[in-house]
Design a protein around this ligand. Sequence first.
Ligand SMILES: *Cc1c(COP(=O)(O)O)cnc(C)c1O
Length: 409
Amino acid sequence: MNTASPFNPPATLRPETIAATAAVAADREHRAAAPPLFLSATFGWTDPASKPEFDYSRSGNPTRRYFEEALADLEGAAAGVVTATGMAAVDLVLNLVNPGDLVVAPHDCYGGTHRLLTARAKRGQFQVLFIDLTDGEALEAALIDRPRLLLIETPSNPLLRITDIEACVALTKAAGTITVADNTFLSPALQNPLLLGCDLVIHSTTKYINGHSDVVGGAVLARDKAFGEELAWWANCTGVTGAPFDSYLTLRGLRTLFVRMARQQQSAGALAERLDADPRVARVFYPGLEAHPGHALAKRQQKGFGAMFSVEFAPGIDATEVLRRLQIFTIAESLGGFESLVSMPASMTHAAMAPEARAKAGISDRLVRFSIGLEHEEDLTRDLFAALDAVTASALAKDDGGVGGNLCR
Ligand SMILES: *Cc1c(COP(=O)(O)O)cnc(C)c1O
């Protein structure tokens, strides 16, 4: 049973301080405040009979190590591996799965993860079962077959469903299943799955951890040293480790993770509430709203509600038209950067998913996902409502009676 509260990681330093001080003055020669960037592919041995700590950058690199240690400290991990991309991190974990093993994953997991699991299962490398992880009975039924691995993604993408991590771990422990959480959506600033009992945490560091939309990267953090060593072995074997320059940049981004996250989620919460109060919006999916089915759980399990939300406009509002009129938001995939992004999962992030799988996961063709950045909250609100007003006006103009048709419920 996990006794550590996610609000008080067992480090002596607070997480904000870890992010700010990790590897500062690590360079022993000059005590450079900014950790140095070691681009070298290879490192000299002082003696051919004694292997140095770093000998070749695929297996180990000092700059990448700084970043791995910072992430491990932030997640309460014993060890970590920084990978070239978030997908490389997901794939790295799949090395722990043997032929014939079962992998259980949420039906509304990240589109790329869904594609990877499906493609590898089709090749016969393992079996995969996608279930609704917010349905406890479905999980219990899936665990009867003693899966090797359970993947949790909470909040889920793009519907922000919340999965009870501790409840999952209570069940997987008994089944001997490795529990892996993809913590990309909240980052270690807002959720620490290892402290809630998970064995492994995955990140796409491309998102909040770097936060500047200029690096693609990933990481796997392990609660136990043994798993960490096994993953490091596979990362070197398969060559999925991250480039030193990427680690340098991403550690730079990590410094401001906590302040970015705080501001971004504050704006997201305010915007979600305003949209929720507008009759032209049918549904807002944001765990910070009291009506969200996962609100109480998110409050308990997370340190904040995050800076992502999705909406479904009322019938009669053409979401595509709203997006076309936005000036500040950029229509793009991805999330977690300093800039606000908007996307339509059905035609963008989740296009690789079969339409039936999408429908089953509750992702309608009208769903719009927002990633709120660091712009001023009032500017974002004005931009969004100006676009909505323009689309409403043109819909009304088309409507002969001019009474709004089915725009208002
Ligand atoms: C983006 C993302 C990934 C994949 O990461 P890349 O860095 O794009 O390879 C995996 N999981 C989640 C939840 C993501 O958002």
